[in-house]
Write a protein that binds this ligand. Structure first.
Ligand SMILES: [Zn+2]
Length: 128
């Protein structure tokens, strides 16, 4: 089974600044590199599944009762609404699906470890 390269893992860790993408808390203990479009059958034909656009840091693991990893796995409807889970069936590029980042704002993740703000809920400051 092939996964993201070491360089991609490092990019994702750097992009997310060592924080859980979903709750925004610094990762101190267990964490996971979460695939938004799940890997699985046919995954090898879709290299974007191992791209930073498809990967986020999440706190917790699939077996720890606390943490965002299990929350995403157990509430799939909410995970789909917030961009943490993208159905393989729809065949979307994860770079085109907004993600609710830190529970606060929507971003798009690009394939190179960058992010762009997709929508911001509150006006920040005046532009002069
Ligand atoms: Zn979290």
């Amino acid at each position: 089974m092939s996964g993201p390269t070491k360089a991609t893992r490092a990019l994702v860790w750097e992009r997310d600044a060592g924080r859980c993408a979903r709750c925004g808390l610094p990762i101190t203990r267990e964490w996971s590199l979460h695939h938004r479009v799940p890997r699985g059958a046919g995954g090898s034909r879709r290299p974007e599944l191992n791209s930073p656009a498809n990967l986020v840091l999440l706190c917790g693991s699939a077996t720890s009762p606390k943490g965002c990893h299990l929350a995403v796995e157990s509430d799939r409807r909410d995970a789909q609404r917030t961009g943490y889970l993208i159905s393989k069936l729809v065949n979307l590029d994860p770079a085109e699906v907004p993600l609710l980042y830190h529970g606060a704002w929507w971003v798009r993740l690009d394939h190179h470890g960058g992010t762009t703000v997709h929508a911001h809920p509150a006006p920040g400051r005046n532009h002069r």
